[in-house]
Design a binder for this molecule. Structure first.
Ligand code: FE
Ligand code: FE
Ligand code: ZN
Length: 290
């Protein structure tokens, strides 16, 4: 079965219920959200009542909670060598894992972090330390490390770097990977032969660790290290390649999440999800923009 959805908002007043209703309006059967603003760490308490209502709606819409993804805010940096900042990020991640657990969510995506000058090796050791601190025995949530475009000093633009992190994480049951098509392309991976990419992934990390796909086109050429997402089929990766990834047999159980840009202030997800489901490119999606 195809599990496909997009990033949706999670607001204080309606929380998970609002996210479910938005996803359903896009005809999605899964979704991803930040538990607050993606760029800050201010978070509000989870309402049990709203969660209960959301779960009822999900049952009605036949959405599976184990396919839903939470994304940690991108300002937390586990690779930071500044002790205070590192501790702040670790604390936040612990709280985020608890919030996921309260909501019944099993997968939390996180950007591995930026080493900000201290080097990849040191950065990786800080990330590992934070992850091992957070993955306590009572935790039920899996942390998914996202593949990055390699902007600045970002760690995780090479599969080997993620492999190195996973190698030193004690709790292998609760660590995994989220591949982002835009980031992989911008990092230099050729996705046009996706079978050979998956083979490489399997050889280096192991396919069983792949738990989520972010489906985005890219505004830039391969190896640009820019990380600017484009709408499906309107960028340098192209519709055919993205279509093959979304429908790949080996990734059938893996949720696919769109994080493409809004078009003229409107969410494009209903149309983009339809394109990927129907396997037909919509040439008119962006024509008004020019
Ligand atoms: Fe991300
Ligand atoms: Fe992403
Ligand atoms: Zn990105």
């Amino acid at each position: 079965m195809l599990y496909i959805g997009s990033h949706v908002s999670f607001k204080k007043n309606d929380q998970l219920l609002g996210s479910v209703l938005t996803a359903h309006s896009y005809l999605a059967n899964t979704f991803m959200f930040y538990t607050g603003a993606p760029q800050n760490t201010l978070r509000f308490p989870i309402s049990e009542e709203l969660t209960k209502k959301a779960l009822e709606k999900m049952e009605e819409y036949q959405m599976r909670l184990d396919k839903v993804i939470v994304h940690a805010p991108y300002i937390i940096n586990l690779a930071n060598n500044d002790l205070e900042k590192h501790q702040f990020s670790t604390c936040f991640l612990k709280e985020e894992l608890k919030r996921c657990q309260e909501l019944g969510i099993s997968n939390l995506v996180i950007h591995p972090g930026s080493h900000v000058g201290s080097g990849i090796e040191k950065g990786i050791s800080f990330i590992v330390k934070a992850l091992n601190d957070c993955l306590t025995s009572d935790n039920t949530v899996t942390i998914l490390l996202e593949t990055m475009a390699g902007k600045g000093s970002e760690i995780g633009s090479r599969l080997e770097e993620l492999k190195e992190i996973i190698k030193y994480v004690n709790d292998k049951e609760h660590i995994g990977v989220c591949i982002d098509t835009c980031h992989l392309h911008d990092a230099g991976y050729d996705l046009s032969n996706f079978d050979s990419f998956l083979e490489e992934f399997d050889k280096i990390i192991g396919l069983s660790y792949l738990k989520c796909v972010h489906v985005n086109d890219s505004k830039n050429e391969r190896t640009s290290h820019k990380d600017r997402h484009e709408n499906i089929g309107y960028g340098k990766i192209g519709f055919d390649t993205l279509l093959k990834i979304v429908h790949h047999k080996k990734l059938e159980d893996v949720p696919k999440i769109l994080e493409t840009p809004f078009i003229l202030d409107n969410a494009p997800y209903k149309e983009e999800i339809a394109m990927l489901k129907n396997k037909t490119f919509d040439h008119n999606l962006k024509k008004d923009e020019h």
